[in-house]
Design a binder for this molecule. Sequence first.
Ligand SMILES: C[S@@+](CC[C@H](N)C(=O)[O-])C[C@H]1O[C@@H](n2cnc3c(N)ncnc32)[C@H](O)[C@@H]1O
Length: 299
Amino acid sequence: MQEFITKSYPNQSPALAMPGQKLALSLKSFEAWRKYIYDSTGIYFQDNKKYLLESRLQKRIMHLGIKTFEEYLDFVKFNPSGSAELKYLYEAITINETFFFRNQPQLDALVTTILPEIISSKQKLGKNKIRIWSAASSSGEEAYSIAMMINDLIKPKYPNFDYEIVGTDISNAVIDTAKRGTYKEYSVRNTPAYYLKKYFKANGTAFELEHKIKSMATFKLLNLYDDLSMRTMINFDVIFCANVLIYFDQTSKIKVINHLYNSLLKGGYLFIGYSETLHGISKAFKLTSFPKTIGYKKE
Ligand SMILES: C[S@@+](CC[C@H](N)C(=O)[O-])C[C@H]1O[C@@H](n2cnc3c(N)ncnc32)[C@H](O)[C@@H]1O
């Protein structure tokens, strides 16, 4: 970083932020940052989120010892090592709130109706693989909740099927946590006692997920806004893409939902978050009701 500052501003001595010093994000710089973040992730910072962006970027800027928001943007955009910095940028700007069994009605719909329906049509075609994608998985709680329920309620009935669960997120840090499979009490607070006892081992204040469940899911980095990466995600039976559309604007929602539609097999289902809707975003799916929840079917 020091090297970048010196090279880019050869006539100035490296200008480093002082610890504890507060940097101000000007309106012009906010707009430049907003555009950059939007163009690369689809995440749109509304005007009223300026202070949130300011405080989140500030932490990283102070850590690097850069002086201004503008210099940091130049660094991310133009410096050869800027692409490595994206990892930290994405960690700084994302909100990764999640927990196990966050949306029980969706999980119930999956194991009581959707999987039996899909499995029965696959059996007729001589196929034996189910693929489920937790898109924007954060630290993996949703993917592993699915794995626990499949292990308990689906596998015993259909032992000859393969169940592949993939979790993806734009943030490196949460993908690492997902791979580790060790959680704090906060994450398991909504976990039914039965599953907590059966599949977790308490270790001090941590809860370690049993290897059998961990091995049912894989995790990788993926930006839902990146066309090339999205084209690699195909042939899924069910996609959960919950609580991420809220960070996008209408145009990026349409783009991502179109991609997810293409990622699904015919007869597959998409679930989004409680407070999210595809109204005005896509007419391609058939809205399908389940007890206490709705899903979107690709017919
Ligand atoms: C609030 S969490 C939701 C986690 C989980 N789906 C749930 O409902 O509990 C939103 C996640 O979306 C991820 N995210 C935001 N923009 C993304 C993008 N463009 N591509 C992939 N993931 C993204 C964030 O890193 C964050 O982990």
